[in-house]
Design a protein around this ligand. Sequence first.
Ligand SMILES: Cc1ncc(COP(=O)(O)O)c(C=O)c1O
Length: 504
Amino acid sequence: MSKPSKTWQEFEFSGSEGLVLSEPLIFEQTKAGREGFPIAVNEKLPPLSEALPKELDRGDIKGFPELSEPQVARHFTRLSHYNFGVDYGFYPLGSCTMKYNPKVNEYLAALKGFADIHPLQDLDEVQGMLQIAWQLEHWLGEIAGFDRVSLQPAAGAHGEFLGMLLIRAYHESKGELNKRKAVIIPDTAHGTNPATCALAGFDVVPIKSGPCGIIEVDEVKAHLDDTVAAIMVTNPNTLGLFERNLPEIAEVCHGAGALVYGDGANLNALMGYCKQGDLGIDVFHFNLHKTFSTPHGGGGPGAGPVGVKREVIPFLPVPTIERDKNGKFYLDFDRPKSIGTIKCFWGHPLVWIKAYAYMRELGASGLKQVSEMAVLNARYIQKRLQKILRQTCSEPCMHECVFSGADLPNELHTIDLAKRLMDYGFHPMTVYFPLVVPEALMIEPTETEPPEVVESFCAAVERIVEEAKNSPELVHEAPHHTYRRRLDEVLAARKPKLKWETKL
Ligand SMILES: Cc1ncc(COP(=O)(O)O)c(C=O)c1O
């Protein structure tokens, strides 16, 4: 961020409709001696400098801004307006499932009885928490068709990593790890798939999906031999398509001694309609922070539980949550084949509580409806926008749809369309991913958007495509009405400057 040259008195107007203020930073507003609120001096008490232990006295912080309370309140409130979140508007960031999450679940997770639990507390005092975790594991297993679930991983990629370690342990137990080093991953995979696979010590074998983006059985067969440990499949895949050949693929993989890993981060397209375990998947991860009521993003905390079929259960991380014959819950560390512990203190229980509450609120039929609405919204957008944007495949999408901006006129690109959407008050869709589609635009409306929002989003995209034909400079120079215009995104990501550098 460069130092703004303007001050309060020098408002900078930008664009015809919007007002963009270039506001002084908090460090520039400082006035020596100004303070938030005075602490009344009580003569009966010793001065603060004497009352506080010396090691806690930091003295002056050089350059610390000196401001009044309203200045501070306004500064941070204003900054919060610069942000865009799902509580503010439509956020169709494909592959991320940025849906609205009910606030009541945040309230429940913050209840003292949950939030104040200490991980080393006596198990007799936390039977309720253990019951929730145990029940959640069983419901997740039921929803996706797995015999056992571990709640430990902290995110989707972490779940994938655990899944890969479990697959390693499985092959090791059969004495085959030395030869089974390869994992087949299709070109439509989420980027975390090859990353976690490599981190777990496997070699990635990329394969091409078919012309429409669905994995083909013959392509898998062509890469399958006794060096393959597993295939990793995202279903629905990152093109938003159902991997309809999965049962056959699983059969040939199992026949060759390989396991099938399922990336279940897109589960909100399938709940109540299809159990992924029934398709032949052996190890699978859920993204609770996409599907089950924890916001996705901001670096967490999330949860990426892993479900497994019976043969993989012995390798699950310790401790597992068990219930004895008297109905009492306990943690079982005595599992000799376990891969060990994957997360300090066994995971993120407050995320589990939100997922548990969400499931109880919606019930089985409500979860099924979640999937219906997620798919319905995406298919509506697919139908509306396929008239104006290029589609690589006419196959009906599941929870998200992908277009290409390659046909945009006047040398405009996907990035221009995405930036212009911000002027219409929408968060842009995912761009340039999946990599198999040139100039990709990936739109995931989620189930929580009402039809009028979906409709106004489609209308905005239609209008931008019109603008691209008739006034391309408007699109090329967008956004016009945001606090900042186009930033050097590569520089911002690679060399972020997260603090103001004062010249002290
Ligand atoms: C298909 C898919 N797989 C894996 C992940 C990784 O999940 P996380 O971001 O929690 O690590 C995501 C994230 O959105 C995803 O969309």
